[in-house]
Ligand binder design. Sequence first.
Ligand SMILES: N[C@@H](CCC(=O)N[C@@H](CS)C(=O)NCC(=O)O)C(=O)O
Length: 120
Amino acid sequence: MIKLIRLALGGLIVSADRLTRGPKLKRPEEQQREVERQVKSLALYQFSLCPFCVKVRRKMHKLNLPIEIRDAKSQGTFRDELLNGGGKIKVPCLRIETQQGARWMYESSDINRYLEREFG
Ligand SMILES: N[C@@H](CCC(=O)N[C@@H](CS)C(=O)NCC(=O)O)C(=O)O
């Protein structure tokens, strides 16, 4: 029952998000290409119906960031990567590839702050 309510609420939040997203940030073409190059080092581990993930996806939309989305809900490679790399199954989690290795950022507010700081 609780699972059903969560599913319904998740669906509602996703639909509301789609209806109220607003426009994407428009950058000059060259600048957008550079942003697209930079976001290749990022990946968002998420569940499609998780409200905290919607919050981050909204920020990605607003800032026009085509970050790769990796669904970690069901058993599989992405879930394993999240557990082994980040240390726990909790979403959203932003994987940031750096020259020193991967950094795993949990907490939707921290992720949004990071995206705003880097690309806003
Ligand atoms: N404070 C966290 C909350 C994240 C959270 O609770 N995520 C849930 C999904 S909505 C989760 O990953 N739960 C673990 C699980 O379902 O296995 C944030 O803002 O990112």
